[in-house]
Design a protein. Sequence first.
Length: 316
Amino acid sequence: MKSKEPYVLVFGVSICDIFGFTQCEFKPYNSNPGAVKVSFGGVCRNIAENMARIGMKTKLISIVGDDANGHSMLAHAQRINLDMDDTLVIEGKSTPTYLAVLDDKGEMVSAVVDLKIADKFSEEFIDSKADVITGAEYMFFDADNPSTVEYIVKKYKGATKFVLDPVSAAKAVPMRDLISYFHTIKPNRHEAEALCGFAIESQEDVRRAGKYFRELGVENVFLSLDADGIYYHNGEEEGIIKALDIPVVNVTGAGDALVAGIGHGYMNNLGMEETVKYAVAMSAITISHAETIHPELDYPFVQAYKDSLKWEVVKF
């Protein structure tokens, strides 16, 4: 039975990102003067935060350690009205962390990744959240943990609608045999190639890929073509929508915002074209700012930004 107040569920790992920026030429085996920046990341966590910031009722089932970073992440979620109450907290362990050092030219010179607890989602834990899963209107995943995704989509098929962001071409490969379980997929060109097994170079190839995924049972296909726009196909509507003259500062997080915008369209019963435009507007806002998630992001901001954009719309 669905909740009286509809919500979306996002399932995936949260990561604490720590970046050190040196102010001069990097010297190994030395203490380099510079600046340190700490932020919260992870594809699914970013998707969920984008959703919460535009007013969507959003639950995030994630995994964090019982440490300062984990507690800070949970407190941050409360401040932005993101429900992480069902998140798995591992006592005595560290929250997944990515630590990188960048030189004065912005190039990474070293990094340490601590994702030890990222695979601690047991089947028992997942099933303990069965009511949360079946109560969601939509459930969003990335492809970071294929075995966990496989367990959920097969066990809870028909209980909610599954949405996949493949994240990368390499991580998309294990998802090939699961595509038919998803209501919606949002690959980019390279991820789509990995999923369908053929090159996507022309507009005809894009449409062929859309048809391929639809024939597998995917209801809504959104294919990111980077600067060339977003291709969409739901069996009745098919086209490419592109926003014109978008300033680019930092492309990190653009795909996360796009997925969140698709979720907004679904929860507000928007048509495909309006859903794509809203999603693209969120992505455009994201890449126009240095932060992965625009600090001023909210529903009125996105709506006004969307209305201010010039659009190129191709329908097939």
